[in-house]
Design a protein around this ligand. Structure first.
Ligand code: HEC
Ligand code: HEC
Ligand code: HEC
Length: 433
């Protein structure tokens, strides 16, 4: 009798909780619009939207390899399974051609599609939630002005219960802070502009901040370094592990041109980011650099002479004894002398010589991922040249050799103790591509 009563109460509580959860999770559809209802596009607004779309890397995620820009279908591997980006061209059937401005804004800032379905946070709406109404309108004008493409994304490959979109309401309850950007009146306009772009459309923290087990960024560890597509997205600001401290001028150069003489060239997923930023209003890029520089800087680990490569002044890599070093006895050192030193040792600047490894964050960082990726795959050709900037050695060096080599570079050029578990990390990096 007692037991039955307790059970009934439990069931009632469960039902109420379930109903409350459903009510919370429920988002209503927003009625479709007639795609022919658009007037002539406002050219200035469309141009601004195009620049904002570059800051937001919309094309980077919404374009499949070799596919039409914004038509979607890019497979995005996540720790939970594969999610496909969608078609955001104004195609009425397979794209967002029937989406009103309200539906577009809701997707961007709340992660809900026109029909009311929750979207996966692989779409960084946890950052885009800060986007202003004006900027969202400009983005909408731009997307409605591009050519429609008929293209549907394959279904996602996610395990139960993650394949049930309603569960995302729980994720949002825990991790999504929906708030537009509020300017800090104690800072100047450029700083606020930079913070607005870095935290919002630029979604820099999506890669540069660590994530928790449920895939949400750790709010308390902003910019302490994260992971993206098998690459380490280095810590920024005062957590930076760069051997050379970053300042505003270096950040501006690196973000706008993709490289800096003391910091090397952006690789991996950062290469896409800087390709996009190269095309946006330089004032916006410089505001981002200004804001990032204000986050403080680490001292820079390497206090040795900081001289960039360039004609006239050709420095030695720190620690190099002679231009033609004798072959070191440890296995890693012998590999270095045989396959790397011809470019990285001595006095030839890029493009003929390599970068200074004593200045490379890939060698000083706590994570070996980027050094491994560079040694395995090299650096692809850029511009008109068909020759790779640096050849990959994945076919000629075994896992053990790459791990010996990496730890030789680490002790010699960064003066730090060897990385643990390197051979496994190399094997994993090979499997990942
Ligand atoms: C890091 C990758 C990434 C970036 C950057 C990104 N998106 Fe997405 N976006 C996605 C993914 C993945 C989905 C699909 C999510 C899902 O199916 O739940 C998506 C979904 C959407 C949707 C919903 C479309 C639909 O049919 O449901 C819209 C609208 C959208 N994105 C617009 C944008 C805009 C505008 C930008 C740039 C400001 C942008 N996205 C940048 C990955 C991204
Ligand atoms: C898609 C993931 C991704 C996004 C988004 C991203 N980054 Fe990066 N970033 C990386 C990776 C990976 C690296 C390491 C690149 C390398 O090894 O050359 C990196 C490197 C950097 C570096 C160089 C750090 C060092 O010590 O060498 C800076 C500075 C930087 N990013 C700034 C930014 C800013 C500012 C934004 C936002 C506008 C941003 N990143 C957005 C992935 C990302
Ligand atoms: C054919 C010449 C060549 C050879 C051989 C070569 N490199 Fe490079 N390496 C380059 C060039 C050029 C760059 C890029 C300079 C730039 O633009 O940043 C580079 C960049 C790098 C970087 C990135 C530095 C940064 O920006 O953080 C690392 C790490 C590196 N090389 C390691 C190696 C290792 C280890 C080997 C041997 C396995 C090797 N390289 C062999 C030419 C070479």
């Amino acid at each position: 009798m007692r037991l039955r009563f307790v059970l009934l109460v439990l069931i009632a509580i469960g039902a109420l909780g379930g109903t409350a959860a459903l009510l919370y999770a429920w988002e209503s559809p927003i009625p479709p619009i007639d795609p022919r209802s658009f007037g002539a596009p406002d050219r200035a607004l469309v141009r601004r939207g195009a620049s904002l779309a570059l800051i937001g890397d919309c094309a980077t995620c919404h374009t499949a390899p070799g596919g039409v820009p914004y038509a979607g279908r890019l497979a995005m591997p996540t720790p939970f399974g594969t999610i496909y980006s969608t078609n955001i061209t104004p195609d009425p059937e397979t794209g967002i051609g029937r989406w009103s401005i309200q539906a577009f804004m809701r997707a961007l800032r709340s992660g809900v599609d026109r029909e009311g379905r929750h979207l996966y946070p692989a779409f960084p709406y946890d950052h885009f939630t800060r986007v202003s109404d004006d900027d969202a309108r400009a983005l909408y004008a731009f997307f409605m002005s591009i050519d429609p493409v008929n293209s549907s994304a394959p279904s996602n490959a996610l395990p139960f219960p993650l394949n049930v979109r309603l569960t995302l309401a729980g994720w949002k309850l825990l991790f999504l802070r929906q708030a537009r950007f509020v300017a800090d009146p104690s800072r100047d306009e450029r700083w606020n502009r930079g913070k607005y772009l870095v935290d919002g459309l630029g979604h820099c923290g999506a890669c540069h901040s660590p994530r928790n087990l449920l895939g949400a960024e750790k709010a308390s560890a902003e910019f302490e370094g994260g992971e993206a597509e098998g690459w380490r997205a280095y810590a920024l600001g005062r957590y930076s592990q760069s051997p050379v401290a970053w300042d505003e001028a270096a950040l501006t150069d690196y973000l706008a041109n993709g490289s800096h003489p003391l910091h090397g060239t952006a690789q991996g997923p950062m290469a896409n980011v800087v390709d996009n930023l190269a095309q946006v209003d330089p004032a916006d890029v410089s505001a981002m650099a200004y804001y990032l520089a204000s986050l403080g800087k680490s001292e820079g680990r390497n206090k040795s002479e900081r001289v960039p490569f360039g004609p006239g002044r050709l420095p030695q890599a720190a620690g190099a004894q002679a231009a033609t070093p004798s072959i070191p006895s440890e296995p890693g050192g012998a590999i270095y002398a045989t396959v790397c030193a011809s470019c990285h040792e001595g006095d030839r600047p890029p493009p003929l010589g390599g970068a200074r490894l004593d200045l490379s964050t890939a060698v000083t960082d706590d994570a070996p991922a980027n050094l491994i990726n560079l040694v395995l795959n090299g650096i692809p050709a850029a511009g008109a040249s068909a020759r790779p900037i640096m050849p990959g050695f994945g076919d000629v060096l075994g896992d053990r050799q790459i791990s010996d080599l990496s730890n030789y570079l680490r002790t010699r050029f960064a003066g730090r103790s060897p990385w643990d578990g390197l051979a496994e990390a190399v094997a994993e990096a090979r499997g990942g591509r």
